[in-house]
Design a protein around this ligand. Sequence first.
Ligand SMILES: *[C@@H]1O[C@H](CO)[C@@H](O)[C@H](O)[C@H]1NC(C)=O
Ligand SMILES: *[C@@H]1O[C@H](CO)[C@@H](O)[C@H](O)[C@H]1NC(C)=O
Ligand SMILES: *[C@@H]1O[C@H](CO)[C@@H](O)[C@H](O)[C@H]1NC(C)=O
Ligand SMILES: *[C@@H]1O[C@H](CO)[C@@H](O)[C@H](O)[C@H]1NC(C)=O
Length: 956
Amino acid sequence: MKEGLGSSQRPYRTRTYYNHALTTTFICLILLSFIYLHSVRSPRNGHLARVSNARLSARCKYLRTPAGPPPSFYKRTQSDRYVDGTRPVLLRNAKIWTSRANGTEVIHGDLLLDKGILKAEGRVPRAMLIGMPDVETVELHGAWVTPGLVDLHSHIGVAPMPRHSGTTDSNSHRMPILPFLRSIDGLNTHDASYELSISGGVTTAQVLPGSANNIGGQAFVIKLRPTAEKSSLSKVLEPPFTLNQSLQDRDFDFSVPPRWRHMKHACGENPDRLYSQTRMDAAWNFRHAYDEARKVKEAQDEFCAAVEQSRAVASTEFPESPLELESLVDVLRGRVKLSIHCYEAVDLDMIVRLSNEFKFPVASFHHAGETYLVPDLLKSAWGGAPSIALFAANARKKREAYRNSEFAPKVLADHGIPVVMKSDHPVLNSRYLLYEAQLAHFYGLDEATALMSVTSTPASAAGLGHRVGTIAKGYDADIVIWDSHPLSLGATPRQVFIDGIAQISEPHHLSKPRTSQEPPHTPDFSREAADAVKHQGTPPLEAKRVIHSGVVKFIGVRSLYVQDKGNIQTLFDYELRDERLNPSQISNWTVFVRDGALECYTPARQESACAHVTEIQPEVVIDLDGGSLSPGITSFGSPLGLVEIRLEPSTNDGQVYDPLQQQVSGLLGGADAAPVRASDGLQLGGRNTLLAYRGGVTQAITAPMGSGFLLGVSVSFSTGAKHSLERGAIIQHENALHVALNRRIGASVSTQIAALRRKLFGSSVDADGAAWARIREGEIPLVVHVDNADIMATLLKLKDEYESATGRTLLVTFSDAIEAHLLAEDIARSNISVILTARKPFPFDWDTRRILPGAPLSAETALSTLLEKNVNVAVGVVDEFDARHARFDLAWAQLDSNGAIKKENAIALVTSNLHRALGLTDLGSDLVAYKGGDMFSMESKIVAVVSRRRKVIDMF
Ligand SMILES: *[C@@H]1O[C@H](CO)[C@@H](O)[C@H](O)[C@H]1NC(C)=O
Ligand SMILES: *[C@@H]1O[C@H](CO)[C@@H](O)[C@H](O)[C@H]1NC(C)=O
Ligand SMILES: *[C@@H]1O[C@H](CO)[C@@H](O)[C@H](O)[C@H]1NC(C)=O
Ligand SMILES: *[C@@H]1O[C@H](CO)[C@@H](O)[C@H](O)[C@H]1NC(C)=O
């Protein structure tokens, strides 16, 4: 996903629009007041009449009835969502994580699903099965089972995929206060995401309006499964009675308590930017709206007090809330689960004061980057601390997210505040919601709380904890059967049930290693977490200790991988069980490093084999405790090194010119100006870059940033360097020339191809710089950022055309390349390298719609297909915040390949293969030291980097 959803997705409107918006706002506010004055007649001023109407008293009593399920709900034998003809299912021999007992309960046993609900868990009484001749029995052989995942923050359906003409239905741009809009009115049932998200185990999602407005509208909670009705409404779980104004019906049953409603609020950058308003304006928007709602509520309460005390009232008609305000009146009555998008302490403080001024509870704060810094403030919200819905690591994309911390889930949980992990789909593809919980667990959130953060905690925050998010008798039959422990990396559903209906018709299964049936013993990050709080989210990231020369001794090493002459080699690996050595010898090796380079390695008991270094007193001895040394990862695909805060232009290199769509300054040489070099805009020492470095990414190759056809020349650099003049900081100033071909660029695809053809064949364009000349000579690769297979096909023809006309060979690499699997053979024949920057593919738009999703939806992935055809494949990453987790992505790719990708191949995807694809000719690499496990493990922690180029050892 390239952009946040919210209003950041499209360029902000011009001032003309703003003036228009302001006028509209003003008119609407006047209109609101008018409607209000006419709909609420004060009991004291009107015509007096005695009212003793049973219906009216019921209506008045109903105002005080708390929202939630009626008592009869707990006795239900069939779900209101039950689909006639659904067969009962008996799941046998499961390891069931129920989410009960604060997430600590695991039951070994069976589960019976019938009539859309869970009939029994653990031991299913035989008697129960007697009346079910058609029961389908599934043997699970001890597989892990959890409740279906609940995503508290999603725009699924309202921002449907593939995206069309840059618009979504998630944000109105009309005015800041829109409590009357409803996400269900834009809920598209054809979103390609539903099937994908279900395949990741998500069964329920709260569909929120976007964050472009202070009050963006009402949200609805849906089940993701397709329905026979095919309607938006049929997806909604417990649709509130207010959805169709049925409260005004003559026969409305006031003895049934109201169902929970949901609403979105937002503060900070998104609404403020759209309406060119300040935080003070935003606060007033809220206060004014709530004050209007308060007046309506008080008038109703006074009316009802009079009715109930048989006093005189002005009218026999209940003073209905105006449609524009009725949802806010319900907020004041405590019947709405509010989801508030708020990052910074300043915004959280405003909302907490608002909640106390108008006395309403906040169900959840979302994104909520700074909540971990102000736990006491959260606890002082009216009605107690909200749940906090977070990303695990998606941070620093905008200024207000700069202090986000990967340790926030753990810190908040330590303060007893409920933690939710969410997707903000499609910002993060909710198919990988569980990965957010896995990352939170990696960074210190305990196992039970991590699993609850995507099941029962969001279910409760949405007021639906009585039927989803937990496995217990009487709950909705929403169940996920996993192929491994849900907190182990790459855990994939084998089957998903929603309302008792199996969702994946022909699931493809992966066979997982036995170790993945247990949760990982994640490393201790308590020092780092305390540091994050102490430094208010910006703890220093530089190495704790830097060793410039001498010998460093690593003990307790289990595996050593190196990059040598462009290939990855296993020097030893305990897991591969070298037959020549006995097991006790190979589980514990010693590795000596000298002046930043690997010097000698030997089984611990045979150190004499390294006599020439053992004589030298080591500067430091580092115990890796069964860990590993392996090549530093190279990151490619994000603007690492060119941006600090992606959406904050003042911190970035900026966008390059595009000669295809813009007039280029004569100072640059006009239309045939030489391509820009990323090397000239490089900025080092940024937080994403340093976090990547601490995550084992020791180098990066970055192309200039642009959204047009011509991007420019990429640079390769050391992520650990402080500035570009430091020794070893720049690896190669000019790696490859990058162009982009897609349907998002204003010019037609055929025009883009024409431009490329002219650049390749053109003879009179010597002025366009060395880069194009080197492309024509086949000296550096032409990297084409392209997703669509049809465009790739044209490029393959163009390459042939050029090569037969000139007798030269073009070096070509396809980057991004979501649809490359469709042309795998032709790509292999043309000797074109492919860099998959979206290893986890998503049908974002027309160009990317033909994805190969992988298990459980398909046996193959784009990666496995390309590897099988012997294409030189590499893996990249799109988001700079995510570069640091490349190692987990590789581990995942290995697991997804069912063993086809060995460790050496996996490392090559982010080292040697990538270097070949991007023209990095300086082969060899740094070494990263992992403690407690290897680079693919969520049990290991990076403790040092041995930098060959910078000739230092950085210790963290
Ligand atoms: C869950 O945790 C809370 C807070 O620590 C505790 O009060 C409660 O008793 C626990 N419930 C169960 C069922 O263990
Ligand atoms: C209004 O919505 C409620 C809740 O979904 C439903 O029970 C009721 O039948 C609906 N009324 C009408 C008239 O559609
Ligand atoms: C590995 O060998 C070293 C000696 O080089 C020793 O200090 C260490 O305790 C051993 N580790 C294990 C896990 O046996
Ligand atoms: C294939 O491309 C690579 C560069 O990616 C190059 O080194 C190699 O020589 C090419 N092979 C052939 C047969 O053209």
